[in-house]
Design a protein around this ligand. Sequence first.
Ligand code: ADE
Length: 250
Amino acid sequence: MRNIGILGAMAQEIDEVKALLTEKTTVKIANREFVVGKIGNTRCVVAFSKWGKVAATITATLLIQEFGITDLFFIGTAGALADGLKVGDIVVSKRLVQHDLDARPMLSRFELPLLNRVYVNSDPELTEVAGRAITNLINKGVESMVGEEAVKEFHLAPTLHFGDIASGDQFINSDEKRNEILSLLPDVQCVEMEGAAVAQVCLEFNVPFTVIRTISDTADHNARVDFGKFIVEVANAYSRAIITEIINLL
Ligand code: ADE
């Protein structure tokens, strides 16, 4: 039987997912709350990852070691790097890379020490299921996920994308930083602060995972303004709908 780990990058966002659980118990370890329960008939453990690569690494490792999860979904927001991605679009990971990892001259740029690779692939089955869940929701209409007011305010007309996601311990909010990442990693769709760290944990523990990121900003000078409002009005509701649909499909 599956035991699904669900990590969210924002506390409010994951609170909405925690609210879906029945037969709940809460376990506290290392200043983190893990809520164990069921969504439908599926066993799940839900936690706020906390921000940044180290914090998310700790949370993902605890999910695996203490709770024996069999699969991991990470859900959160990201800044868009690829042309054509707009606020409200959703990216599901194919590969994760740490854009701030650089052990040259010992290793090539972005190479994961002692793992002999730059990218960690997400699990094809979980990636496909996440994609199918999001497609179903988009086909039902974005209003099935969020209120009509938010749809108007953020001009939401979500499209689904699969591709590379880059993570680093920086909130990217300038043209200079976004262009630097893009010039070195031109296939990257979006940037965030946890996914590639969680991917590395899952690789080492051999746990299948995928990362789902809703675009909250364009990682330029507008990024901070867009971000807070978007979390409260859109990302929370998206997470709840997407996780519910994924669990239905598994
Ligand atoms: N998460 C959401 N937007 C982000 C950005 N611009 N940079 C890093 N992480 C993010």
